[in-house]
Design a protein around this ligand. Structure first.
Ligand code: PMP
Length: 424
């Protein structure tokens, strides 16, 4: 294997670059669940653009629509102007996603990143309620801009802010405190109901149903249900950040569907554009839509090619339940295989929902080592969690079962290289 030529990246690109260090290859083309580097080496993708490629790389159905649109000189950049592509997207979102679920939401197009959507959601919650504090959760990740970072847990990321990150109060996520399963909201309810607790009445609570960056921490449906009731009883808005877990990652389109809750505000980004194209949405209950025209804006809210691929993705994958059923079945397969593997090694466990799974290493450094060996064997899989102690499997939802088996076999081999087997 020849060493990749990373000269220009090392010389010119900022030190801030990350993934090109963990995966030293120069990628060139990609299709479905595979990437190819410039030397012709193939890599199976258990990373899926950090959740932006749920429908795989260069999905042919989406590509055809995109090429047709570009070939016909369709609008590329449109700020928030009304366009044919945006009309089709809004109509399709209403028909395939909102109406079948009985969801009455208005749709805001913020800037195209997840952090853009989170900032808009926080700003709106504060504007509508006239309150400033947001309750967030331990190990949460909501983005790298200052408002989103204030509700993010990770110390290293927070340190990068360079200024105080105020107006956010962290609460224990489901399972964070040992032995708290039976009464997980005792602390939160106590401080909210005590005018002398020192915590101002919050504008909103922001939560991920599964904390992807935080280490694949999974909130139980009943926990989410209690959280939702707790918020509505106190007129606190509930924001579900579905940037990573939405668009079918956990099975249903929205990750909160299993809990049967209806958040006041939902953020979506990553896979909503369908093709890896930048796009984000904020969904809000109609009465919360108290924005004045132009009060929140941005140059890149109208990425019309992304509207085209988003529309086709919704039509093609969300007009029936085939994708979500297949995702749950593939998730079962992943869970069974990982569970069996973890049983054979010291200090390993697994958890997951749909097609997001974590392998937790009691010895944190092993997670990165296993990912490194997996890369050498042709698999992209990243780590997450406070100490990068969790290997996070996030394959495209469109991956085939043989491809899943192939990637899981690479992981098992890599674990065998790095970890001690039981009874050895
Ligand atoms: N929210 C969640 C739950 C995320 O996982 C992420 C990205 N990992 C973000 C927000 C931020 O998205 P972006 O990187 O596009 O700003």
């Amino acid at each position: 294997m020849t060493a990749p030529d990373l000269t220009i990246f090392d010389e010119l690109e900022s030190n801030v670059r990350g993934y090109c260090r963990s995966w030293p290859a120069v990628f060139d083309t990609a299709s479905g669940a595979w990437l190819r580097d410039e030397d012709g080496r193939d890599y199976l993708d258990f990373f899926a653009g950090a959740g932006a490629l749920n429908y795989g790389h260069n999905n042919p159905v989406l590509k055809e629509a995109l090429l047709d649109y570009l070939g016909g000189d369709g609008i590329t950049h449109g700020l928030d102007m009304a366009t044919v592509a945006k009309r089709r997207l809004l109509e399709t979102l209403q028909r395939t996603i909102l109406q079948p679920r009985g969801l009455d939401y208005k749709v805001q197009f913020p800037g195209p990143t997840g952090a853009n959507a989170v900032e808009a959601a926080l700003k709106l919650a504060r504007k509508v309620t006239g309150r400033t504090t947001i309750l967030n959760f331990t190990n949460a990740f909501h983005g790298m801009t200052l408002g989103a970072l204030a509700v993010t847990g990770n110390a290293a990321k927070r340190a990068g802010a360079g200024v105080p990150l105020p107006h956010a109060t962290p609460m224990p996520f489901d399972g964070y405190l040992p032995d708290s399963q039976d009464d997980p909201f005792v602390w939160m309810e106590t401080i909210l109901d005590d005018a002398s607790s020192g915590v101002d009445k919050p504008a909103a609570v922001i939560v991920e149903t599964v904390q992807g960056e935080g280490g694949v921490n999974i909130a139980r449906p009943e926990w989410l249900c209690s959280l939702s009731q707790l918020c509505s009883a106190r007129e606190i808005l509930l924001i579900v950040d579905d940037v990573q877990m939405g668009c079918g990652r956990t099975g249903p389109f929205f990750s909160f569907e299993e809990a049967g809750i209806i958040p006041d505000i939902v953020t979506l980004s990553k896979s909503i554009g369908g093709y890896g194209l930048p796009m984000a949405l904020v969904l809000m209950r109609p009465e919360l839509d108290q924005w004045a025209p132009g009060e929140h804006n941005g140059t890149f809210r109208g990425n019309n090619p992304a509207f085209v691929t988003a529309t086709v993705a919704l039509e093609h994958y969300w007009s029936d339940t085939l994708l979500s059923t297949a995702t749950l079945a593939k998730g079962e397969l992943v869970h069974r295989t990982l569970d069996e593997m973890c049983g054979s090694f010291e200090g390993l466990s697994t958890r997951g929902r749909g097609l997001v799974h974590g392998v937790v290493f009691d010895e944190p450094s092993q997670a990165g080592k296993v990912s490194q060996v997996a890369f050498e064997h042709g698999l992209l899989v990243e780590t997450s969690g406070a100490q990068d102690e969790v290997m996070k499997l996030l394959p495209p939802l469109t991956i085939t079962e043989p491809e899943l088996d192939h990637g899981l076999a690479i992981i098992a081999d890599a674990v065998a290289v790095v970890c001690d087997g039981k009874g050895r």
